[in-house]
Design a protein. Structure first.
Length: 186
């Protein structure tokens, strides 16, 4: 079991996270959750309006659903900052434990990516949604109580250190190494 960082150690890593690219970054990892507590890392993956991240259990039913029972599209894709999870996890081999789908070297802060902002990754276009992505008991169990306090703090929420949710606007394929960039409103 790896040693978890203290709140002080986590805060000392903020400057590196805050240097994440604001307009163009890189997709560093893709993870699907075929079943609860299962993780698979992929080199590429299809994302669609109907299926979210193909192979992920979102489409089979998730924690947030529509009145008809179908999975809520505003939580289709979970995106996290690779610098933040690298600090919190301590090793890239533990990133997938966070349970996010796309791990990006990109500024996910509220200031940089407000709800409604569209992003292009590979062939895909995503739109940031309003639903907050907060740390939970499982996150605390995997990365420590101080990591949970860190991501759920006022600074953590402003920078979206736990990540963001997005919905698919244009389906296609994403690959590790693809550029992620903000799209301007038309």
């Amino acid at each position: 079991m790896p040693e978890h960082l203290t709140l002080e150690q986590l805060h000392s890593g903020l400057p590196h996270i805050q240097q994440s690219p604001r307009d163009e970054g890189v997709l560093k990892a893709i993870v699907i959750r075929p079943k609860t507590d299962e993780r698979s890392q992929l080199a590429y993956c299809e994302l669609s309006l109907e299926g979210g991240v193909h192979g992920d259990n979102w489409a089979l039913g998730c924690w947030k659903s529509l009145p008809d029972g179908s999975p809520h599209p505003d939580v289709q894709i979970a995106i996290t900052n690779s610098r933040a999870i690298d600090l919190i996890a301590g090793d890239s081999g533990r990133w997938a434990l966070a349970g996010d789908n796309l791990y990006v070297d990109f500024d996910l802060s509220e200031e940089n990516l407000p709800a409604g902002q569209q992003l292009a990754i590979g062939e895909v276009v995503l739109e940031v949604t309003e639903i907050p992505h907060n740390g939970c008991r499982k996150f605390s169990d995997r990365f420590g109580g101080d990591a949970l306090k860190f991501v759920n703090s006022s600074v953590g929420k402003e920078l979206h250190l736990r990540g963001i949710y997005a919905r698919v606007v244009k389906s296609g394929i994403v690959r590790v190494g693809d550029e992620i960039r903000k799209l301007t409103a038309t």
